[in-house]
Design a protein around this ligand. Structure first.
Ligand SMILES: [Zn+2]
Length: 72
């Protein structure tokens, strides 16, 4: 997770708000499962506050499920 240069737009299709965070493209699946399509221009996915919040919530949930699977 990193901070983002000013002027970088959110990578979610149809959003275009200024991005405040970037995530690794390996997390693209989390966004897809949320129904969000991203245009990957570079090596990072850029997210605005709103989409980052959505991502974080879903990612946490999936991480938890992953842990359960590993324990089981
Ligand atoms: Zn956005």
């Amino acid at each position: 997770m990193g901070k983002v240069k000013k002027g970088q737009p959110c990578s979610v299709n149809g959003c275009g708000k200024p991005a405040s965070r970037s995530i690794s493209p390996s997390h693209e699946g989390v966004l897809l499962r949320l129904g969000l399509r991203v245009s990957r221009a570079g090596r990072r996915i850029y997210l605005c506050d709103e989409h980052y919040k959505m991502f974080k919530k879903a990612h946490k949930k999936e991480e938890r499920l992953e842990k359960w699977r590993m324990m089981g």
